[in-house]
Design a protein around this ligand. Structure first.
Ligand code: MN
Length: 202
């Protein structure tokens, strides 16, 4: 199966913008420096949404266990619909009866560099890497730094299944466990539980 090019139609179809405060996401946009974000999302099941800017949208994967800084730990990452670039700054609570109902915080984010583009014998763009089923990025986040790879494994026969893992480099650290040790938002400094309480007061 070949993926369609990025588009925001599925994102818009799934949401009722009269009910959710998530960004409407008009058109595709480009940042000066390409961005990534990881949102902790306490939905029907807790997960971390890894989103990375490709061709003017945030390509998105849901990672149930969250990212690891240990190169020996492979994390299942399930492809979800493209999100608008503005989504990288979204925190808050999506109403329970809406798609993705639950609370979201920006757990990490920053800019990234495409590792494959810089390899002389490779040179693939991010879109090409995505279609090739192997995305290699150098993250410059507040929490996550260094090389990470996404590989299209289709585990269990599911086309949407990829795996996400840390590459072996100077930023790898098996002991760090940032999902546990650094639970707070990089924007509001709140945990997802604190954010949830605050939103309920409103
Ligand atoms: Mn999610």
């Amino acid at each position: 199966m070949k993926y369609d090019k990025s588009d925001l139609n599925e994102y818009k179809e799934k949401r009722d913008f009269k009910k959710t405060t998530e960004p409407k996401g008009g058109k595709k946009k480009k940042s000066d420096k390409p961005r990534f974000v990881i949102q902790k999302h306490d939905a029907s099941s807790l997960h971390y949404d890894f989103r990375i800017e490709i061709e003017g949208v945030m390509k998105s994967w849901a990672i149930p266990k969250g990212p690891s800084t240990d190169p020996s730990e492979k994390r299942l990452a399930t492809l979800t619909e493209d999100h608008p670039i503005e989504y990288a700054d979204f925190e808050g609570t999506i109403p329970e009866d809406q798609y993705g109902g639950g609370t979201v915080i920006v757990w990490d984010g920053g800019t990234y560099r495409n590792i494959r583009a810089d390899k002389e014998d490779d040179g693939m763009s991010m879109q090409e890497s995505f279609e090739d089923g192997k995305v290699e990025v150098w993250l410059e986040g507040k929490k996550l730094k260094g090389g990470y790879v996404l590989i299209h494994t289709k585990q269990g026969g599911n086309e949407k299944n990829w795996l996400f893992k840390k590459m072996k480099d100077e930023e790898a650290d098996a002991r760090k466990k940032p999902v546990k040790s650094e639970p707070k938002s990089i924007l509001s400094d709140k945990t997802v539980e604190e954010m949830e309480k605050e939103m309920k007061k409103k």
